[in-house]
Design a protein around this ligand. Structure first.
Ligand code: GDP
Length: 282
């Protein structure tokens, strides 16, 4: 489920997350590997400031592995530590505690210098809706945590979950808003399920998607719709797919809405194969 964000929601989420962050040693930010920049909160830098941060590229099973590698390098150079994971299948989850410990090395060193007995490192999962926060928490906890909220901010009475001996995780993630400023970001968020279907236009979204696929994954697009040639003209592409899939209105005209919705569902169901919707260069 996704949240409708209003200025009040955003302000509240920011306030709550900032407050909780005071107790946190290492922040775990989750992004969608298919849209690693578009799926980030626009204020995340300001919020997290200089805390050590681990960036998880989640849903790697749905993303293009080559792009994921590039994004991994990008985030490693920005924030020093990033992991590629598939939380649904639990892949990569067991690397999280080690990465957290590595990131906290300066802090552990400081405690040691001051003669403080090291306590478990406190972590918080942060991210926009639908990136897989609850799935990661459940996997790290090794069980289903009841009542993971779906409201902005950090929404319920929090408890620490022990993850091994050296790490603790807040059982409620910080839920932040996605970027809204940029049209293309909106299309990517729509395609990956981060925003409600009611708030975007299927046809516009699919025009964006077709242009992107023509440029980056023409073979996958052709293959999905058994097209011999990939027309350059987007309208022709709608026509070809509409005819092929019987998306017609009375009189044999193409039903563009139906074509757009069909393609949208196909993407949502992973029917094109592994696709990443933004590259570190663009
Ligand atoms: P949250 O809103 O950030 O807490 O996201 P959820 O944990 O509820 O996950 C949103 C959806 O993405 C659910 O349908 C999950 O099953 C799915 N999901 C989470 N992680 C993965 C993953 O690594 N791969 C795939 N394919 N789906 C995932």
């Amino acid at each position: 489920m996704t949240i409708q964000w209003y200025p009040g929601h955003m302000a509240k989420a920011k306030r709550e997350v900032s407050e909780i962050l005071k107790q946190i040693d290492v922040v775990i930010e989750i992004v969608d590997a298919r849209t690693p920049l578009s799926s980030r909160n626009p204020m995340i830098e300001e919020l997290v400031e200089h805390k050590p941060r681990l960036v998880l590229l989640n849903k790697a099973d749905l993303a293009d592995p080559e792009s994921t590698k590039k994004w991994h390098d990008y985030f490693e150079s920005e924030f020093s530590k990033s992991l590629i994971i598939d939380a649904q299948r639990g892949k990569g989850i067991n690397q999280i505690p080690g990465a957290v410990r590595d990131l906290a090395a300066p802090l552990l060193e400081k405690w040691k210098r001051k003669g403080i007995n090291p306590r478990a490192l406190r972590t918080l999962i942060l991210g926009i809706p639908n990136v897989g926060k609850s799935t990661v928490i459940n996997k790290l906890a090794g069980k289903r945590i009841a009542n993971i909220g779906d409201k902005p901010g950090v929404t319920k009475k929090q408890q620490w979950i022990k993850v091994g001996k050296e790490m603790e995780l807040l059982d409620t993630p910080g839920i932040l808003w996605p970027k809204f400023e940029d049209e293309e970001v909106g299309y990517r968020l729509a395609l990956t399920g981060a925003v409600k279907e009611e708030i975007f236009d299927f046809q516009d979204t699919i025009v964006f998607f077709f242009k992107f696929m023509q440029k980056h994954y023409p073979v996958l697009l052709k293959k999905r719709y058994d097209l011999e040639e990939l027309p350059e003209n987007i309208l022709e592409l709608f026509d070809d797919i509409g005819r092929q899939r019987g998306c017609l209105v009375a009189g044999g005209e193409i039903d563009y809405d139906r074509v757009a919705e069909l393609v949208f569902r196909d993407f949502r169901h992973g029917k094109f194969g592994k696709v990443t919707l933004e590259t570190p260069q663009n």
